[in-house]
Every structure is written in structure tokens, then in C-alpha cells.
Design a protein around this ligand. Structure first.
Ligand code: NAD
Length: 498
């Protein structure tokens, strides 16, 4: 059994609390290690280390801070194979998909190499007679990140890269399901030249999270995970006056108008609905064809594609997706599928009896496709977070628009059409944070900001891009006037003895 501890004070340390959680290889269903669950005392050690390291780090000039990230990016590329293997072995996603997880995080590390420019601020000369006014951005101090299982590389990097580049110390509390990659990232940051104590990893569960939320020395908290916990973290963080950005669950729709390229839409639905076994916050879980003819044609195209999906362990390079993360996740998904059948949705591709030969104990879930799902059904309202796509038939554009508009979640949405006017109207009116026009997973790149609306987010500033620089810094505005200086005493005539 692999014992997974913490990363405190610049080195790996064993857990001292006596509490652990099993870490599984989802493909085999076997526990491969156990991760330590931190106590308040272990969190305090990390906070002490952060308090000691942060002032010097914030005073390190931004070009030097950027250079750590330049080296870190090079190290990530150098260690890509090792990292993808480690990631897949605890998460279950295919190796190629793990690469995407790492690269999307790496891109934010690349983005913050521009921190000298990104932290430049505003200046007004002559705001009044002899008065200048300027703002400066200063690090918050100690930031913390609490991350979900589904992107164990990308989301930690989305948080710690901007936080650290801005001059903060950062304490990461990764998901206890796949903690090994975050620890490795911390080691690589040290190898890149980050001083000890600036990035620390404290593994744990609710106890560690509550420790972070109540800690008076932690000034900012970034959370990504399910909506109930996002809401909890947001309100608890507020009690101790922390700034918080908390990103929650999703139910992303794809609207398919009658003029859409249906082959393109069907392919996009397959990738966005079933990729990573549907365990993405930007997965498309609801397809909304407009009009019966569009719906019938779409179903005809989808069924053979869904049936042909290849499920396998991450070691199988030809697999389209792997197992889900835990036995509990598998059971939850299958029980929701049962519920959908009981509620009267048509299960046109039934993956309930899928068994992975040679991996009978793995957490594999067969691909499921529902037709004639209606908004009152549980499978429509809940985030399933599995390889299950629901088709909700809409009679016209307005009805299609009303579905994502009225759903409690508002993370991402896509529209497939050849009509620029319809796409423009949709993007303007739909109350969702990230919109794709003929793009299925509209995850913004590192230099734009990522975030949903409605109950997919609590807080105001988004992740990465310009918002991240605002979130991880506080603005200080200086108004300055200098008394008349030496220039007024200057002599311009030939000096003579007085
Ligand atoms: P989760 O909410 O179970 O866990 C997220 C984090 O919260 C973990 O670090 C976990 O240890 C901690 N946590 C869990 N229960 C807690 C409790 N009771 N009190 C305090 N902390 C607790 O989420 P997950 O299952 O790891 O991730 C999947 C969810 O994350 C999905 O809902 C998905 O949509 C969402 N997600 C959202 C985004 C986004 O950007 N909006 C991105 C990725 C994932």
C-alpha cells in the first residue's frame, strides 16, 4: 500500500492524524494506497510555513516569480508521461484525456509567466492640482484551494499558478480520491525554484476544509466541486471575512436547431457527453433538438455512435473513456438511470448491464442514451456526472432557450446552427456563463476567465485569465500630493555671494 501524506515546508511529510482514506485504481476496483487526512494541527503547520515564506516571496520581483513558472512549464513537459500515468491510475480517465487535464493547467502556468505585465496597475497624473492617483495590486497573503476529483492537475494549477505568481503563499487541499498528482506538482514547483512554504499540499476531508474556512490567517479561498459544498464553503468563508470564489455543479445543454450540421452536432455530443465518462463540469448532459424531424434524425445518428463507444482501462489506448471514479459514483449513476426509466424516459441505448471483461471489479459504467426526457424528471434536474446523455425534444427555438434559462445550473451551454442571427440572439439572452457556438465544450483558454452563472457559482470573480489576478490580489489606491520641492528654490541668474 502506497502511503500518501502531505507536502509541508518544502518536503513530503507523513500524516500524523491517524486518519486515512483509501485511494483506488478505478479500473481494477482495488485500493492502491491510502491518503492521510489532515488534522487541524497539520493544517496549522502549513499555515506557519506559509506565514514565514510569504512576505519574502511577495517582495521577490515579478520577473523572478515568473521565471519559476517558466521552469515549471518546462518540467511539466519533461514529466508529462509520468504525470499522465499517475493521474490515470487514480482517476481512471484515458491517458490522452489525462494529458488534456495537465495541459489545460500548464497553459495557466504559461499565462502567469506574464505576471510582471498582468500586475501593472492604473495611474492618473494630475487628478487635482499637484495630485496623482494610482492603484497597486498586492497579494492577499495566504490563499487556499479546495479541489474536486475530476481534474486533479488542471484545477489545482488554475488556482495555485495565479495565486503564487501574484505573490501569495498557497495551501492546496486536493480531492482525497486522487491526491498523488497534486503532490507531484508541488515537488515540481520546488524543483522550478519556488521557496519552501510558498506552495503546500494538505490532504484531507471535511476536517481539513473546515480548518481552512475557519482559519484567521487565510485570506482567500477558491473552491471547485459540487454545488452543496460550494455553497457551504462560500458561506463559511464569509463568516471569517475571507474572499471566496466557489464553483459548483452543472447541467450543460446543447441546442440543435433544424439548420445545424447534424453530423457535426452528433460527433460533438458523443465527445462532450461521454468523454471522461461524463465526469466533466463542462460535459454536455442534455441535447435539445428543435422540432420532431431534427430530433428523429439526431437520435438516428446518435444511437450507433453511442453503441460503438469503446470503454476500457486507461492502459487501453483505443478506449474512448474509462471507469468512473468510485464504486459509490457508479452506483449513484446507475440508480439515476433506473429512476429515468421509472419516470418514463426512453432508454434508447441501455448500458446498465455493461461488464468489462477482465476488470469485473472496476467502476465501469456502460453508455446510456435517453430520449423523450422532460424537465420534471429527476434525470433532467440532477447532475448525473456519468456517461448518460438525455435528449429533451423542444418544439421551437423559444422552448429550447427556456430550458437552460430555467435550469438551476448555469455553467456552460452550446448551440448548433448555421444561422448567425439565432446564435447571436441565443448568446445574448441565455443566462449561462460559458457559451459555445458550434463548439461543444466552450472552456475558455487560460487568458480568458472561466466560470458559470446561477447555482454553478458562488462569488463574483472567475478562474484564470484577468479575473484570477483580481481575485488573488487586493487593490490599494494611493492619492499623493507633494509639498513644493527644491525646484521652486532654483536659481537661474548667475549666483553671487549674498
Ligand atoms: P465534491 O464537492 O464532493 O468535493 C470537492 C472538494 O470538497 C473535495 O476536495 C472534497 O474533499 C471536499 N468536500 C467534500 N465534501 C465536503 C464536506 N462535506 N465539507 C467540506 N468539504 C467537502 O466534488 P467532487 O465529487 O470531487 O467533484 C465533482 C463535482 O465538481 C461536480 O459537481 C462537478 O460539476 C464539479 N465541478 C465543477 C467545476 C466548475 O468549474 N464549475 C469544475 C470541475 C468540477
Amino acid at each position: 500500500m502506497n502511503d500518501i501524506g502531505h507536502f509541508i515546508g518544502g518536503a513530503r511529510v507523513a500524516g500524523m492524524s491517524g486518519r486515512h482514506a483509501d485511494v483506488f485504481n478505478p479500473a481494477t476496483g482495488q485500493a492502491t494506497g491510502r491518503v492521510a487526512l489532515a488534522s487541524a494541527a497539520e493544517l496549522q503547520r502549513a499555515v506557519d510555513g506559509a506565514l514565514a515564506a510569504q512576505p519574502k516571496w511577495a517582495a521577490t520581483n515579478p520577473q523572478r516569480r515568473a521565471r519559476v513558472f517558466m521552469r515549471f512549464v518546462a518540467l511539466l513537459n519533461q514529466h508529462m508521461t509520468e504525470l499522465t500515468e499517475l493521474l490515470s491510475s487514480e482517476h481512471g480517465k484515458t491517458v490522452e484525456d489525462s494529458k488534456g487535464d495537465i495541459v489545460r493547467g500548464l497553459e495557466v502556468a504559461e499565462f502567469v509567466c506574464g505576471i510582471p505585465h498582468l500586475m501593472k496597475s492604473e495611474f492618473t497624473e494630475g487628478a487635482g492640482p499637484g495630485i496623482d492617483m494610482y492603484s497597486i495590486r498586492q497579494a492577499v497573503g495566504i490563499g487556499a484551494g479546495i479541489t474536486p476529483f475530476n481534474f486533479p492537475a488542471m484545477i489545482p494549477m488554475w488556482m495555485f499558478a495565479p495565486a503564487i505568481a501574484c505573490g501569495n503563499a498557497f495551501i492546496l487541499k486536493p480531492s482525497e480520491r486522487d491526491p498523488s498528482v497534486p503532490l507531484r506538482l508541488a515537488e515540481l514547483m520546488m524543483e522550478a525554484g519556488l521557496p519552501a512554504g510558498v506552495l503546500q499540499v494538505v490532504n484531507g476531508d471535511k476536517e481539513a476544509v473546515d480548518g481552512i474556512l475557519g482559519h484567521p490567517d487565510i485570506g482567500a479561498v477558491s473552491f471547485v466541486g459540487s454545488t452543496p459544498i460550494a455553497s457551504y464553503v462560500y458561506s463559511e468563508a464569509a463568516k471569517t471575512g475571507k474572499r471566496a470564489q466557489c464553483f459548483g455543479g452543472a447541467k450543460n445543454h446543447m441546442i440543435i436547431l433544424p439548420d445545424a450540421d447534424l453530423d457535426m452536432a452528433a460527433d460533438a455530443l458523443i465527445g462532450a457527453g461521454y468523454g471522461s465518462a461524463g465526469e466533466r463540469c463542462m460535459a454536455i448532459s442534455v441535447a435539445v433538438p428543435v422540432g420532431e424531424a431534427t430530433a428523429d434524425a439526431l437520435i438516428e445518428k446518435l444511437v450507433p455512435k453511442v453503441e460503438a463507444l469503446k470503454i476500457g482501462p486507461y492502459t487501453d489506448e483505443t478506449a474512448d473513456y474509462g471507469p468512473v471514479v468510485t464504486k459509490a459514483a457508479k452506483e449513484k449513476i446507475l440508480s439515476l438511470v433506473e429512476k429515468g426509466v421509472a419516470e418514463g424516459a426512453e432508454l434508447v441505448v441501455d448500458g446498465r448491464n455493461f461488464r468489462m471483461q477482465g476488470y469485473e471489479d472496476g467502476f465501469f459504467v456502460g453508455s446510456c442514451l435517453f430520449d423523450r426526457v422532460t424537465p420534471d424528471m429527476e434525470i433532467y434536474r440532477q447532475e448525473i456526472f456519468g456517461p448518460v446523455l438525455s435528449v429533451v425534444r423542444a418544439k421551437d427555438y423559444e422552448e429550447a432557450l427556456s430550458l437552460p434559462t430555467q435550469h438551476e445550473y448555469g455553467n456552460g451551454v452550446a448551440i448548433y446552427t448555421r444561422d448567425g442571427d439565432a446564435a447571436r440572439d441565443f448568446a445574448s439572452r441565455v443566462p449561462i456563463g460559458m457559451i459555445g457556438v458550434n463548439v461543444p465544450i466552450p472552456t475558455p483558454l487560460a487568458y480568458h476567465s472561466f466560470g458559470g452563472w446561477k447555482r454553478s457559482v458562488f462569488g463574483d470573480l472567475n478562474q484564470h485569465g484577468p479575473d484570477a489576478i483580481k481575485f488573488w490580489t487586493r487593490t490599494k489606491t494611493v492619492t499623493s500630493r507633494w509639498p513644493s520641492g527644491i525646484k521652486q528654490g532654483a536659481e537661474f541668474s548667475m549666483p553671487v555671494m549674498r
